[in-house]
Design a protein around this ligand. Structure first.
Ligand code: NAP
Ligand code: GFB
Length: 347
């Protein structure tokens, strides 16, 4: 049977990773037609625009990624927008999918929507066991409603609407906006700027006085300005999944996972790192020789959200995740190569 697979949010971090796997790494099956859409083509918070999009493509399957997405600080300052925008998008996509007889919808939740006061590791059964962390309650409740809606549609109509629950995601084509981004793209962008500023200042100094780059190191040590500040204490723990690995798992879920219950798509618990370890890994990728300092006046957000991928491992025991250092190196390399086209500002 021919499948028309509509990927909402197809231009974002996760959507572009799926496109990379499907189109550039030729992983589409002969009977699959893949369509990647974005907010310019159709604002899915608008009912009519959503209807028109589905009328245009008549999808049989939907991977629903479109959402208002952001890091800790963006969420903290915009809980109402995250709640309303995502509620509208999610309700429009699910109801329009049903009205168009879509066979299957795979939506995207997040490990940050779980209860803040909980036991660890968290698993798929715990989503609604208590209030989420106050920093992102708007986003979290909108995402939890997706799970509730999936179950309501299944109960009434028997349709296969399900969801996947990624941990923190990063990779090429992320949102690198300095204020709204998640921690990985934010640190990459900020360290890139710091080094450019530092080096360009020193380069100017050296060029003017015809000195060699060895002076750059001396100049930095001498002026002591080789410090990079990380927001927060650096102590919170996170699991990070490379976007291309997540893309492969979401494609697998569309083709093979038919349970209405969510499934966590996360690296193993043993791969959890502190924000400080993450920052050191990013600094190593830039070959940054300076010192990392922590601004403890800035929020830490959730101290941990350790998720179990046991359910995934049972179904896909041999799946191999890209290790963090390699994935960070790929992302830094991509950012430096495509700096001019990257999403440096999401406002
Ligand atoms: P992203 O890079 O910010 O991309 C968001 C996508 O949604 C973009 O394609 C954007 O289109 C689209 N979009 C936003 N508002 C829209 C609207 N009103 N109508 C239509 N499209 C709209 O986000 P992402 O990181 O890829 O996230 C994708 C999914 O993964 C989301 O559901 C998110 O909640 C989930 N997730 C992300 C993370 C993470 O760490 N990034 C972790 C867990 C779960 P434009 O490009 O036109 O704006
Ligand atoms: O990815 P992130 O912004 O969101 O990570 P969460 C925040 C952690 O990184 C906090 C530290 O401990 C911050 O103190 N951090 C250090 C920074 N430097 C920076 C920086 O420059 N920018 C940012 N953003 N953080 C999000 C949820 O939580 O997880 C979202 O709020 C989403 O809803 C996402 O679901 C996956 O991991 O804390």
């Amino acid at each position: 049977m021919a499948k028309v697979i509509l990927v909402t949010g197809g231009s974002g971090l996760v959507g572009s990773a799926i496109r990379e796997i499907v189109e550039n790494q030729s992983n589409a099956l002969p009977n699959e037609k893949w369509i990647f859409t974005n907010s310019k083509e159709a604002d899915l918070s608008n009912v009519q625009a959503t209807w028109d999009l589905f009328e245009k493509y008549k999808p049989t399957h939907v991977i629903h990624l479109a959402a208002m997405v952001g890091g800790l600080f963006h969420n903290m300052n915009n809980n109402l927008d995250f709640l309303r925008k995502n509620m509208h998008i999610n309700d429009n996509v699910l109801e329009t999918s049903f009205q168009h007889n879509v066979t299957k919808v795979v939506s995207c939740l997040s490990t940050c929507i779980f209860p803040d006061k909980t036991t660890y590791p968290i698993d798929e059964t715990m989503i609604h066991n208590g209030p989420p962390h106050p920093s992102n309650f708007g986003y979290s409740h909108a995402k939890r409603l997706l799970d509730i809606a999936n179950k309501a549609y299944h109960q009434k109509y028997g349709v296969k609407y399900t969801s996947v629950v990624p941990c923190n995601v990063f990779g090429p084509n992320d949102n690198f906006d300095l204020h709204n981004a998640h921690v990985v793209p934010a640190l990459i962008h900020r360290l890139h700027i710091a080094i450019e500023k530092g080096l360009s200042k020193n380069h100017i100094f050296c060029r003017k006085y015809k000195m060699f780059s060895i002076v750059i190191v001396y100049f930095n040590i001498f002026t002591g300005d080789n410090t990079f500040v990380i927001l927060g204490s650096g102590k919170p723990l996170r699991q990070f999944i490379y976007s291309l690995d997540l893309a492969k798992l979401i494609i697998w879920a569309l083709r093979n996972y038919d349970d209405v219950e969510p499934i966590i798509l996360s690296v193993d618990e043993k791969d959890e790192v502190t924000i400080g370890q993450l920052a050191e890994t990013i600094a190593k990728s830039f070959n940054f020789q300076g010192t990392l300092e922590y601004d403890t006046s800035a929020a830490d957000g959730q101290i941990k959200k350790t998720a179990s991928n046991r359910k995934l491992r049972k179904l896909l025991p041999d799946f191999e995740f890209t290790n963090l250092e390699t994935a960070i190196a790929h992302t830094v390399e991509w950012f430096q190569k495509y700096y001019k086209e990257a999403r440096l500002s999401s406002s």
